[in-house]
Design a binder for this molecule. Structure first.
Ligand code: UDP
Length: 460
């Protein structure tokens, strides 16, 4: 299919793994339809372009030569980073460089048919696109349900649910069942007003856009998508899960460590391994880290545990583990800095995924039919965890406040021994429903066709 031949799309991802990856996956999906791509990326967290040979990268910087870099933008996010302050700073610093870069791209010849920017960049990208004369669409990398909840923030404030009070955490939000107060997407920050502004700005940007592309599928979030349709009043395209489109080209990211992990997984029994990863940003305290280590060890299941350097507050990597821990677990457990998660989840040896419930991880697990143990850390992860446990019923919650070795052992055993009635069957059913959506006549494929036509219509 070559409908997009000769047409270029400009993308502007938010520079974090959980946002960049789905943007690249979306580009790969469109690339298959003949479109070419230019990716405008911040100098902050700039990726290695050689991993994505099909796409052209442009870096934008926000400093004049000799100017001091803001410390927050100097290094990768670490355990102490206030994400709200960081996103706010990124939006502020890169607004003008983005405008200049987009103007240069559009003015530079070649048929640019639209801009696709991450929804979190907010209304500025829509305004700039209009000013430059290119249509702007947004990509929402989180769930449709989270967008509905953000839309409901003014009501939640009026009713006193927000700001969240410790004493009300277990109260049901009657306007948004089955969410409890503790599930309302929130980020710990010293700048709460800034967070409200970012979310409001995201909604404004989506409403001004020529359409929202969603990494979700209709059968998973039908009601929330209907709500979003009413709220946003722009065309919506739930074409996910992106990484499962049959012609999606995964970036070439395999290395020797991936091979070693696969070799280790190959030696384990089917559905015997607990895979543990809290994504690319979440951090935990040393106390929690130790409880996880001992809980995993005591549960006596093989485990594959991703501990990102800097993920444990105050530690470089594993040094706070009891001495001899790694040696004692021997081949029973493997602790690594990063894995190719899509490969790991697809491996037959993996029996459960202990996750922080980031939206990408949630979708990736659903697609492989792997039951989840849910320990949400921040933002929409709380909401995702509630949906995983109580709506789709494909996992169990293990809240952060309950991270303690005995409780871990209990939950791990419960999921692995299938004590939770019908859990694995429900996972397989949901996986099947995702596959149906992606099939030729499925909703995601149909929305994708509509999306391509929509983008092509911008020409006329
Ligand atoms: N991921 C990975 N290897 C790891 C940990 C994470 O490839 O060791 C990927 C994972 O497959 C997912 C992304 O990083 O696509 C994390 O996104 P998610 O939305 O789950 O969480 P975030 O990192 O944004 O909190």
């Amino acid at each position: 299919m070559e409908e997009g031949k000769g047409r270029r799309i400009i993308m502007f991802p938010l520079p974090f793994t959980g946002h960049f990856t789905p943007m690249i996956e979306l580009a790969a999906i469109f690339h298959h339809r003949g479109f070419s791509f230019t990716i405008i990326h911040t100098s902050f967290n700039f990726p290695d372009p050689s991993r994505y040979p099909h796409f052209t990268f442009r870096t934008i910087t926000h400093r004049n030569e000799g100017e001091e870099e803001d410390p927050l933008l100097q290094s990768k996010t670490s355990s102490g980073t206030d994400i709200v302050v960081l996103i706010s700073l990124l939006k502020q610093c890169y607004a003008e460089p983005f405008r200049q870069s987009l103007a240069a791209e559009v003015g530079g010849g070649g048929k640019v048919c639209c801009l696709v920017s991450d929804a979190l960049w907010g209304r500025n990208t829509a305004v700039v696109a209009e000013e430059i004369g290119v249509r702007g669409m947004v990509l929402r990398t989180g769930s449709a349900t989270s967008m509905c909840v953000y839309e409901a923030f003014p009501v939640l404030k009026d009713k006193g649910y927000l700001p969240i009070q410790e004493t009300r955490l277990d109260e049901l939000v009657t306007e948004l069942p089955p969410l409890k107060v503790k599930d309302i997407p929130m980020i710990e920050t010293k700048e709460l007003e800034k967070l409200y502004q970012i979310l409001n700005d995201m909604l404004d940007g989506a409403k001004l856009s020529s359409g929202v592309i969603w990494n979700t599928f209709e059968d998973l979030e039908r009601l929330s998508l209907m709500d979003c349709n009413n709220n946003l009043q722009v065309p919506l395209f739930p074409i996910g899960p992106f990484h499962k489109h049959s012609y999606y080209l995964p970036p070439k990211s395999r290395n020797k460590d991936d091979d070693k992990i696969t070799e280790w997984l190959d030696k384990q029994d089917p559905q015997s391994v607990v895979y543990v990863s809290f994504g690319s940003i979440a951090a935990i305290e040393e106390k929690e880290f130790l409880e996880i280590a001992l809980g995993l060890k005591n549960s006596e299941r093989p485990f594959l545990w991703v501990v990102r350097p800097g993920m444990v507050q105050g530690a470089e990597w594993l040094e706070s583990l009891p001495s001899g821990f790694v040696e004692n677990i021997g081949h029973k457990g493997k602790i690594v800095k990063w894995v190719n998660q899509l490969e790991v989840l697809a491996h037959p040896a993996v029996g459960a995924f202990w996750t922080h419930c980031g939206w990408n991880s949630t979708l990736e697990s659903i697609c492989e039919g792997v039951p989840m143990i849910c320990t949400p850390c921040f933002a929409d992860q709380h909401l995702n965890g509630r949906y995983i446990a109580d709506v789709w019923r494909v996992g169990m919650l293990l809240e952060r406040s309950k991270i303690e070795r005995k409780e871990i052992e209990k939950v791990v055993t419960s999921v692995m021994m299938e004590k939770e009635d019908g859990l694995r069957e429900r996972c397989l059913t949901l996986k099947g429903r995702a596959n149906v959506c992606l099939s030729r006549d499925g909703s995601s494929s149909k929305y994708l066709d509509k999306l391509v036509s929509h983008v092509l219509s911008f020409d006329s």
